[in-house]
Design a binder for this molecule. Sequence first.
Ligand code: TMP
Length: 237
Amino acid sequence: MQRGEFLYEGKAKRIYATEDPGIFWMEFKDDATAGNGAKRGTIGDKGRINAEITTRVYEYLAASGVKTHFVRAESPTVLIVKKLSMFPLEVVVRNIAAGSLVKRFGLPEGKEMADPIVELYLKNDELGDPLLNDDHIVALGLATTTEIAALKAAARRVNELLRPYFLKLGILLVDFKLEFGRENGEIVLGDEVTPDTCRFWDAKTREKLDKDRFRQDLGGVEEAYQEVLRRVEQSDA
Ligand code: TMP
């Protein structure tokens, strides 16, 4: 498969067309940003590590019946994916209080939620990705009530699959962000699942193994990403 016309660039990936109009070329970058672009840097080998983690996780999800955009890995930093009509939404699932949940509601970091919390945010950097309720989503024409219910159910299903998947690897899945699209009337998981988009804590020590090490200048960022990849590669799921 050939890399075609450059289409767009996000904070962590570049998307190109291919000779197949239904297929994109998704290239993972080493670039890292935090605080909506306020902090910028690179994380050594991140592109390769995140492409590989996404490959393994999406293969597992697909084998468990979740529809994803993943087709195959083309090279260490490139995934071939299906073109979706993306919802401009970030779907966040939270099992343990951290990040903006702690800031917004004053919960203690590390408090386990009795039931996972699902939140939807508008994917819009200029507006700072605001939190949305269902009425906002319908009023803004971003998704129908039926689609909102399907997005939340899909996110909960991914959580039910990924929590035990990571726990077997000694990793607590604290929270994570998903992005979905439509394909022939179906809801399909797009984007990536990586230490950029998830909070991972070591199950024994609660050490952070994700982008919070970059956000909070904790050091050992690349080592943490490598450790997640090392464990994912050992998964027998
Ligand atoms: P938050 O606590 O900052 O709202 O983040 C919740 C989860 O979503 C966390 O695992 C990081 C992930 N996330 C992204 O992947 N992209 C984003 O733009 C934001 C704000 C969060």
